[in-house]
Write a protein that binds this ligand. Structure first.
Ligand code: PHE
Length: 485
């Protein structure tokens, strides 16, 4: 319809000066006309020039008054021609907003006498506001003064109207030719008669629907790459369920330790206990807890096998490290660098920075004669590869490391020191019962994957990163990689 009208019109006329007027004249929808113009212009049937005009449109409130009359006139009409009406009575007759606005406008216009009783001062009023609104609605001309008062009353708002003036283009024809768009056998056979649509080499392809990596997986990959570049081997972490023995006892964590309470740890109902543990090693662990050895006095309490047998959801990946170190101790000693990145579980109150499950990143180096200096050096190397070169260390406590250090990094964006991890040297009470040689030291550190990911991707609520509230669009749009925490 619109296409036919435009092309026919241009056959006999130089130009269409205003697509808006054209649409009104031919009773066409202007939006439809604009779409056709864009398409005809694309094929160069027509040349166009942009037109822009400021017009006014009614707000919802304006539309209401255009239909029902202005509040001041509604109020005026509710006041009896003779005598008066009490203000309360009048209020009951009108909608609250109509009453409020009506009172002030009708008072200002000196149409009514406002007091406890309301009476008319004149007998006839004209609803100019409604008239003006209707005029604007119909796109007619109107005077500047009424515009500013309607604008001040928020009954109208400005709107930019966009249209075109149109002339014939280089490919003009009174009717659109169907152009061939595909290189089919038939089209190639009579290519001489056909007009082919030009290729648009600038057109963007349709976005491919594909899977997207979650931000945690992307940052995990970055950490993995760093560990691998530094010569670390990945530990097998495929056991979310662990026994208390490997999670706590092997790490010289006493059985009364608060972390071993069900308020902090998820214990399993079924199967509630582990089946097998290496018995002679269990005996040595019992011994070191109860009475020490290897230069330690131990904790001096009755170590209970039942406690060690209890199954739980591992609370840290250091449980995996303890298994790996034990396995290492069963063979002639070779130095090792191990890492793991996987999920751990804690019975914590969930808030914007804590969930009951998260990912831990853990690294450890085991070799003869390592010192705290080695640990600090490795941490500096490791974190500087993540763009964190300003580090500070603070003495801390872990049952399985001595000395222990919390790791802080200066965050340029946040302008402050933030805690990024925990570290230490595993205690002899942990390493010697395993059977590792006496001069072997193990330096280790751990951090969460969520914290750096949140900093990197600018997320401040962990529930936006993990769980059912995560916005899938965010995952699709996130950059592949981020460097420099
Ligand atoms: N396991 C510690 C934690 O859960 C991290 C850690 C790992 C600390 C290795 C010291 C050595 O926070």
């Amino acid at each position: 319809m619109a296409e036919e009208a435009i092309l026919r019109f241009l056959q006999n006329n130089e130009q269409i000066t205003d697509s808006g007027h054209f649409a009104a004249e031919f009773n066409l929808d202007h939006n439809e006309v604009v779409n056709v113009i864009k398409s005809l212009h694309g094929f160069r049937y027509i040349d166009v020039q942009d037109l822009k005009k400021e017009t006014w449109v009614l707000t919802d409130e304006g539309k209401k008054y255009a239909a029902e009359g202005s509040p001041e006139v509604q109020l005026f009409l509710a006041v009896p021609e003779e005598g008066s009406i009490s203000k309360d009575e009048l209020q009951k007759k009108l909608a609250p907003s109509v009453f409020k606005i009506g009172c002030s406008q009708a008072g200002k216009n000196k149409w009514v006498e406002m007091g406890k009783q309301v009476s008319r001062k004149i007998q006839h009023v004209e609803d100019k506001v409604k008239g003006q609104l209707l005029q604007i609605q119909e796109g007619k001309d109107f005077d500047r003064d009424s515009i500013s008062s309607l604008k001040a009353r928020k009954l109208i708002v400005p709107q930019i109207w966009k249209g075109y003036s149109i002339t014939k283009g280089p490919n003009y024809a009174p009717e659109r030719k169907k152009v061939a768009t595909d290189l089919t056998r038939e089209n190639l056979q009579n290519w001489k008669e056909l007009e082919f649509k030009e290729y648009n080499f600038n057109a963007k392809g349709a976005p491919l629907e594909a899977g997207h990596l979650h931000a945690l997986l992307k940052v995990r990959k970055q950490f993995k790459d760093i560990f691998v570049q530094m010569g670390f081997e990945e530990m097998p972490t495929n056991n979310f369920v662990e026994s208390s023995f490997w999670n706590f006892d092997a790490l010289f964590q006493p059985q009364q330790h608060p972390a071993r309470d069900s308020h902090d740890t998820f214990f399993l109902k079924a199967p509630s206990t582990t089946r097998t543990l290496p018995e002679d090693y269990v005996d040595r662990v019992k011994c070191v807890h109860e009475s020490g050895g290897y230069g330690s006095r131990g904790y001096n309490y009755d170590w209970k096998r039942e406690e060690a047998n209890k199954n739980l959801l591992r609370t840290h990946t250091t449980a995996v490290s303890s298994r790996m170190l034990y396995a290492l101790a069963q063979k002639p000693f070779v130095p090792k660098k191990y890492f793991s990145i996987d999920r751990v579980f804690r019975n914590e109150a969930v808030d914007r920075t804590h969930l009951a499950e998260f990912h831990q990143i853990e690294g450890l180096i085991c070799d003869r004669g390592l010192t705290l200096g080695d640990l600090i050096g490795v941490l500096k190397d490791f974190f500087s590869r993540l763009g964190m070169s300003k580090l500070r260390f603070k003495p801390a406590y872990n049952p399985y490391t001595e000395p222990s250090m919390e790791i802080f990094s200066y965050h340029e964006g946040l302008g402050k020191w933030v805690e990024i991890g925990n570290s230490g040297m595993f205690r002899p009470e942990m390493l010697l019962p395993m059977g590792l040689p006496e001069d072997v030291r193990v330096i280790a550190w751990g951090l969460s994957l969520e914290r750096p990911t949140m900093i990197l991707y600018g997320i401040d609520n962990i529930r936006d990163l993990f769980g059912h509230k995560v916005d899938l669009d965010l995952i699709k749009r996130n950059p592949i990689c981020r460097i420099g925490i």
